[in-house]
Ligand binder design. Sequence first.
Ligand SMILES: [Fe+2]
Ligand SMILES: [Fe+2]
Length: 470
Amino acid sequence: MSIDYSEKIPNNVDLAGDRKLQRALESWQPNFINWWKTMGPAVPTEDVYLRTAVDVGREGWAQFGHVAMEEYRWGVFLSEHNADRKIAFGEQKGQPVWQQVPGEFRAELQRLIVIQGDTEPASVEQQRRLGETAPSLYDLRNLFQVNVEEGRHLWAMVYLLHAYFGRNGREEAEALLQRNSGDLDSPRILGAFNEETPDWLSFFMFTYFTDRDGKYQLGTLKESAFDPLSRTCEFMLKEEAHHMFVGTTGIDRVVTRTAELMREHDTDDIAPHGGIPLDVIQKYVNFHYSVSLDLFGSEKSTNAANYFTAGLKGRWQEERRKDDHVLTEDAAHVDLVRDGVVTTEEVSALVALNHDLRNEYVQDCATGMKRWNRVLEKAGLDHRLSLPHVGFNREVGLFSGHHVTPKGDVVGPDVWEASKDRWLPTEADKVHVQSLMRPVYEPGKIAGWIAPPTNGINDKPFEYEYVHFA
Ligand SMILES: [Fe+2]
Ligand SMILES: [Fe+2]
């Protein structure tokens, strides 16, 4: 079904055919707009060159144009329905997927949707003030694109809550607008979503590392036996790809500029020359990677096992895995600290599913390192960036409570205290990065700490007026 744009809420779920649901969502809509106005982007704009979803098919799913952000067509889009889809894993493997929520899994499914839904507006809140210091109009536009789409992802989850979870679901949908990132009384659910995104280096790190966690979580929900959830997540993944592009190319450009300045001034200490030193970039990598690893939950998890067995959450690319997709007979290894060293333990594969997902994510993250190291290599520099050990700076899971260095050595609290300023951003590092954050709003101009992009958006040049200010 194509998207009906004549509706107040654009959708491809035949909202018009369900008056009660339509009315419920239409009464949530003004609250959402109100949230967007108070917690969304702080820079006043007239219009922004944005991509809007117009179809869910393979081709031409989006259109580009200048739109006033408050009038962005947030809607409800599910990927195409496959009438033959069967459950791919767990106890009910081979059975038809569910079009309704089975009573026995109601609470768990609602919880999974609420947790996913909570992250979407959280990131918009975290990034609220970033527009005030955008390094270029191109970057400002990308920030806003990510923001409107995270807003749409909230719609995606709210639709599921309203359509399938009754009154309880509607209450949870309200609560998604009431919790706020970093709020002392009612914070967002997950730790990383209560951290600040105070500068653009953090934003690029967030879109590289934390949005990528989102990609993997959505990937597991896309496998879900609950078909509306699966179809919702499949379409969200399409939008999510751009968010990761923003992170990857953003860090590319920071590293490129850093390398240029290092060559030009023949020094590692490029801070006085208006650049971000490579060791500061490394510390930001260490921080954002480690807090994003925490989002995968504990390496050993009976919840993860239960979700899988029940068919609620699969593995990354479940159908491409070459095993029985039930896993009751399989074993896996998880990393942990024992007797003061990092080692592994054999556990049931079902219990190690968070670890399995985290491993997929780690491999994906490593591709960025390769890219950025290629930039350094091309610039003729010997310096290299690297991912810290998975046990580094962890607060969730089997490594929490241990101090693990970026190289993977377990150390005591005194060594940790004495060394952590070499591994994680210090106040001085943050102050320096912050000092570079000055808005550059002139079309075609770029801040001094970052290189321009190689291409514009949708074949437009870098000089294009992506944003008109109010
Ligand atoms: Fe999202
Ligand atoms: Fe995202």
